[in-house]
Design a protein around this ligand. Structure first.
Ligand code: AMP
Length: 373
């Protein structure tokens, strides 16, 4: 691939009727495509899987591998802007598309968000605190870093980890050989990171959108509760002081500005027992912890995402209701009738055929009108 061709970026708002290209066909792409259609845009989904959740609701669909250059060239030719609903877009794929069409959020954001070390380095470079961390590339360096940092700490792969996959806590009695084997699968050359374990009282997240002219909107910080490392519930708003709410939003805005983001960024943070806020990780797309906005906010995160990527003015992030969002994993979805029996529940299903254990099948937003909380 040549590096001589310039990359493209969007310079004017896309009018209704334009086509938004979406890499990835999961539930985030599905809900974004639904929001795009409501605004008169068309979505063209590109993903390797047949019958993806997003393809069911998008106008156009290409089923091809992310290294199928002919299919990618045709896709680039058929859309007005490219975005993605997952951050692990292969860098060659992003580079290939960038030579042909605007990709938002841009390559700098994708590059940082694909790697935990780069995320933390970026945060620290702009004076946003994280937990202490160190790169580890061999078992010998793991032993040294753990000795220096002290236990407990946590070893994670720097790339491709999600929902607790690719990570292992190192407690006082943990056997480092086993931890190394578990995280790297015994493979050579896997980059990992060791992080000091944070003594947190709450996990929160903030979602920020930034559009063409630098206009920026942040949703109120929310409180995230996990089960087996997978998000279980999001409580809106997070039960922290106004000062901490403001600080978390300011961090998100600063990150979006420094990245010159065009699109959406979700930032997961820890609130420590000392009321410090530390950034844990970030994702350049809508986020599971933002699903509450579909029923609790003037503008849902999916509409906001589409607005930001299309370069049109952002919508109001005003919250009209408090919400508790619960994920429906695997056979939780069998309770659909009971869920619908409460008129304050809003059920969202992703159209997935098979309810495998741990698979995100849908979510329910329980609406608590403001003033009744
Ligand atoms: P992550 O994949 O980084 O989001 O980690 C998954 C979950 O593991 C987080 O939501 C936390 O509950 C926990 N966790 C990850 N890293 C740390 C850390 N450095 N200190 C304490 N808990 C952590």
């Amino acid at each position: 691939m040549s590096n001589s061709r310039p990359t493209v970026s969007l310079t004017a708002p896309l009018p209704p009727g334009s086509v938004i290209g979406m890499l990835g066909g999961g539930q985030l792409g599905r809900m974004a495509a639904q929001a795009a259609a409501a605004m008169g845009y068309h979505c063209h989904v590109f993903c390797p899987e047949q019958n993806s959740p997003a393809a069911e609701v998008a106008r156009d669909n290409t089923v091809a591998a992310y290294d199928d250059w002919d299919a990618l060239a045709a896709f680039a030719g058929a859309v007005d802007v490219v975005t993605y609903e997952f951050e692990n877009v292969p860098s060659e794929t992003a580079a290939f598309l960038l030579e042909r069409k605007a990709v938002h959020p841009g390559p700098n954001v994708l590059h940082i968000c694909q790697n935990r070390l780069r995320e933390k380095d970026f945060c620290n470079s702009i004076d946003i605190p994280t937990t202490r961390y160190a790169e580890v590339n061999s078992f010998e360096s793991l032993e040294r870093v753990v000795r220096d940092m002290g236990r407990p700490c946590v070893l994670k792969t720097t790339e491709m980890g999600y929902d607790g996959k690719g990570q292992s806590f190192i407690r006082q009695d943990s056997d480092l050989t086993e931890v190394w084997e578990k995280v790297t699968g015994g493979k050579e050359g896997i980059q990992t990171i060791v992080e000091a374990v944070v003594d947190f009282r709450m996990e929160i997240s903030v979602i920020v959108a930034r559009s063409l002219n630098g206009a920026c909107q942040t949703y109120i910080p929310v409180e995230n509760q996990h089960k087996n490392h997978i998000l279980d519930r999001t409580i809106v708003p997070a039960r922290i002081s106004d000062k901490l709410l403001e600080r978390a939003e300011a961090i998100a805005r600063r990150m979006a500005d420094k990245l010159e983001l065009m699109g959406m960024l979700a930032i997961e943070m820890f609130v420590t027992t000392d009321d410090e806020i530390l950034v844990n990780e970030m994702a350049p797309r809508p986020h599971n912890s933002g699903h509450w906005t579909m029923d609790g906010c003037v503008t849902s995160q999916f509409e906001q995402f589409m607005r930001a990527v299309a370069g049109v003015p952002l919508g109001s992030v005003e919250r009209h209701s408090d919400v508790v969002m619960t994920n429906l994993l695997g056979h939780d979805v069998d309770d659909w009738h009971a869920i619908l029996s409460d008129p304050n529940n809003k059920l969202h299903l992703y159209g997935k055929a098979e309810a495998k254990p741990g698979r995100k099948m849908g979510h329910v937003n329980r609406i608590i009108p403001r003033g009744e909380g």
